[in-house]
Design a binder for this molecule. Structure first.
Ligand SMILES: [Zn+2]
Length: 258
């Protein structure tokens, strides 16, 4: 199965760096390849990276003193960067681990790291995972999932997250869209109007059409008894349709009721 990132690291960095980072990547839905990716003494990093690229889109290399002490020759890093230059896209995401002087030492030793966007490990796995997530999402062409929608209370301006039902500022009830009472009012109001129309057209209209227009509009729509259930169906479906329409129209409303 294809993974988003392949993580290259020295075994010594597993507990302090890789474990928390892997946790944070998992939280963000970023898949990774890990266990076989440990670099042991004398192993070729180019081979590892090539291996990783077969199954993943990005290679995260955790550059630490421990990693460097595996006698990783400089030309290895060059060849990885060459691979990247040939593919024309960012594939290598270096994470530099260590104290400021150790990191400075790494950059001095590998000056080409200066041309590259690298991430500094300061113990905050969330920050590094966020940066990896941004890169992965960009390559997928998808947007980062939107942060929670925030609103502010119409009464007291206290901000609240979408979905919250009580305002922390004024204790008001937060209503999304129409209340049940408002829905009922819409239904009842429409039903009353429709009832009036049905009754007028069934009973009243036929009485006057002759004298007004010179023709007889049929009493009870010409249906006799069946006009009653038909009229009822019209009134009910009309009322529910109006409720549905109004609910849809007011769905974006967010109000605080006190
Ligand atoms: Zn409020």
């Amino acid at each position: 199965m294809r993974k988003d990132v392949f993580i290259c690291h020295a075994g010594e960095d597993k507990t302090p760096v890789i474990r928390p980072l892997a946790c944070c990547l998992e939280d963000r839905g970023i898949s990774y390849w890990l266990d076989e990716a440990e670099i042991s003494l004398g192993e070729s990093i180019t081979e590892k990276v090539n291996e990783g690229l077969k199954i993943s889109d990005f290679v995260v290399v955790v550059l630490s003193r421990a990693f460097m002490s595996k006698h990783w020759p400089k030309r290895e890093l060059w060849s990885v960067l060459n691979l990247e230059a040939k593919s024309g896209k960012v594939i290598l995401l270096p994470i530099l681990v260590g104290t400021q002087s150790e990191v400075d030492g790494l950059v001095n030793e590998f000056p080409l790291l200066n041309d590259k966007l690298f991430l500094l490990w300061n113990g905050d796995a969330n920050r590094v995972a966020n940066a990896i997530q941004t890169t992965v999402y960009k390559s997928r062409g998808t947007q980062q999932p939107k942060a929670v929608d925030m609103h502010s209370c119409g009464h007291c301006q206290t901000p609240f997250q979408h979905g919250v039902h009580v305002c922390l500022g004024c204790q008001g009830r937060i209503i999304y869209g129409l209340t049940a009472q408002e829905k009922l009012n819409t239904r009842q109001g429409t039903a009353a109007v429709l009832f009036l129309i049905v009754w007028l057209s069934m009973v009243q209209l036929p009485l006057y059409t002759m004298s007004w227009f010179g023709f007889q509009f049929p009493m009870m729509w010409g249906l006799g008894f069946w006009s009653v259930p038909l009229g009822a169906i019209l009134i009910f479906s009309g009322a529910f349709f109006a409720e549905f329409q109004n609910t849809k129209k007011k769905a974006h409303l967010i109000r605080t009721l006190r």
